[in-house]
Design a protein around this ligand. Structure first.
Ligand SMILES: Cc1cc2nc3c(=O)[nH]c(=O)nc-3n(C[C@H](O)[C@H](O)[C@H](O)COP(=O)(O)OP(=O)(O)OC[C@H]3O[C@@H](n4cnc5c(N)ncnc54)[C@H](O)[C@@H]3O)c2cc1C
Length: 482
């Protein structure tokens, strides 16, 4: 049995890592248990043996992700984030015109009008679309609803958004960020996206892309935790074998976690930094009359997952000089030009041709399709934007289906999302799905880890605060924002 630490954290995704950095930085003795051979959880990369490439599903962040950015800064990982001020939207070419491009980005005008010049110039929207969008955005000028009861589909209808405004503006942004269809996400979180990233300040809307493969990128965060004394145990899975107890009470008021290799880990405080389904599984290993189990487990069936599918294509020639773009009127939400994004990294080897990654959010349909069906459709769609695709050769390709990519911010779900101290009895929860006020994102995960660290510190009479402040409102938003 390992030496007794102050806190045992199960799960070294971003929630667990953020909690470990906060707690060990404040002097606590932390043990971090992770079942995989790498940290970062769902934000991971791996060497694909058949492709002979390190691949990941590209993750992006926004300037308003203050806790994630702070965590990256603390560990030095922020040096590998590439920042972009504007976003390119592409409409596919037709028989009568080539691919059309609209760039939305800031100008010197004060917020909330900083993007208005590029918005007014955007050819992807008509004047009627733009006026409906502007009227709609006024709803999120001062903030966003506190209640999450209304589906975003109802809001779109209520504010009479046009078909093209939905397809060319609301959909790429909301399906891309919330990873769900409009009837399965709430206006609260859609409003939050627009208020924080589009209106409050230009800085809040900057797009950040980790240029390193994700596991490499987040190793720096794990190293920061280890340098502060966190003991990281990789390949340590808790409760994954039915015959071995998961978590339980041990003598002297300790919590005990048993790993599949039979190792036993104990501490006075236990933090489950896991996705909701894994949390439910471990809580179910407690006795039925356990108050910790009873307080949280019954609400867990309200949560559900949404998938993301990524398509990785290596071409023998350059396809585009864009680093990334939103692709309109297709299944593909986003194109990332990995060759260009990674080009300044020391580990990247300049290769001829180009490596592109295509992202299909809320890819419920693709989950049931074969690799060949997905690839054929994606290459066809890509060629509608970049005709040179038809002249090039795909040297190799990969499809990554993540069926449990995110949890869905279903209308009304907030009342079931537990606070980090909801179980009581020195058992704590973290993970993007807990009550963070954020949707399923890396920022939500880091916030949850820091909130849990605050709750654990509070439990020992320490009023430490670990959360970073939100970005301040800029320009006129200083007067308008709540
Ligand atoms: C394809 C894809 C694309 C995404 N794109 C974005 C994006 O662009 N921007 C963004 O902000 N977010 C994105 N996300 C969401 C983001 O990855 C998650 O919200 C975030 O990483 C969740 O972190 P977490 O720590 O809460 O959970 P997780 O990352 O799931 O971490 C939980 C950890 O616990 C470990 N674990 C599980 N069970 C056990 C056990 N029994 N014992 C020990 N360890 C265990 C897991 O291995 C994992 O490491 C994306 C997700 C996916 C999958």
């Amino acid at each position: 049995m390992s030496e007794t630490p102050d806190v045992l954290i199960i799960g070294a995704g971003l929630a667990g890592l953020a909690a470990a950095v906060a707690l060990s930085g404040a002097g606590a003795n932390v043990s971090l248990l992770e079942r995989k051979p790498y940290v970062g959880g769902r934000a991971y990369s791996y060497p694909h043996p058949a492709l002979d490439e390190v691949i990941d599903s590209q993750h992006v962040l926004l300037g308003c992700c203050t806790n994630l950015i702070d965590l990256c800064r603390l560990s030095g990982a922020d040096r590998h984030i590439r920042w972009y001020d504007s976003i390119t939207f592409l409409e596919p070419g037709t028989a009568n015109r080539p691919t059309r491009r609209s760039d939305i980005g800031p100008s010197p005008l004060p917020s909330p009008g900083h993007s208005s010049l590029s918005f007014l110039r955007a050819s992807m929207l008509s004047i009627a679309d733009k006026s409906r969008i502007t009227l709609g955005l006024l709803d999120f000028l001062r903030g966003y609803p506190t209640s999450d009861d209304e589906p975003f589909s109802a809001w779109l209808k209520r504010t009479k958004q046009t078909d093209r405004a939905i397809r060319h503006f609301w959909e790429p942004v909301i399906v891309g960020t919330l990873n769900e269809s409009f009837d399965r996400c709430s206006t609260r979180y859609a409003g939050q996206v627009f208020h924080e990233s589009f209106m409050k300040s230009a800085e809040g809307g900057r797009l950040g892309i980790p240029a390193q493969p994700l596991s490499e990128f987040y190793t720096a965060v794990a190293q920061a935790a280890e340098q502060q004394g966190t003991a990281l145990h990789l390949r340590t899975s808790i409760g994954s074998i039915a015959s071995i107890a998961g978590i339980e009470h041990a003598p002297r008021g300790l919590w005990q976690a048993t790993a599949s290799d039979g190792s036993i880990h104990r501490a006075p405080s236990l933090l489950l930094a896991l996705p909701f389904e894994q949390t439910a599984r471990l809580l179910a290993t407690l006795p039925e009359d356990s108050p910790q189990r009873q307080r949280v487990l019954p609400a867990m069936d309200k949560f559900s997952h949404a998938p993301i599918t990524t398509i990785h294509l290596w071409f023998d020639q350059a396809i585009t000089d864009l680093d990334h773009a939103a692709l309109l009127d297709t299944r593909i939400q986003w194109m990332f030009n990995k060759s260009r994004i990674r080009r300044f990294e020391a580990s990247s080897v300049a290769q001829p041709g180009q490596y592109l990654e295509l992202v299909i959010s809320a890819s419920f349909a693709e989950v049931h399709k074969t690799r060949e069906q997905i690839l054929t459709a994606a290459i066809d769609e890509l060629a509608r934007f970049f005709p040179v695709v038809r002249e090039g050769t795909v040297l190799k390709s990969g499809v990554l289906k993540e069926a449990r990519a995110t949890f869905s911010v279903l209308p009304g779900l907030d009342r079931f999302r537990p606070a980090s101290d909801a179980p009581g009895g020195n058992l704590y929860l973290a993970g993007d799905w807990t009550l963070t006020g954020w949707p399923s994102t890396m920022e939500g995960a880091v916030r949850s880890g820091r909130l849990a660290a605050e709750a654990i510190a509070r439990g020992t009479g320490n009023s430490a605060s670990f959360l970073s402040p939100d970005l301040p409102a800029a320009g006129l938003m200083r007067l308008l924002s709540r």
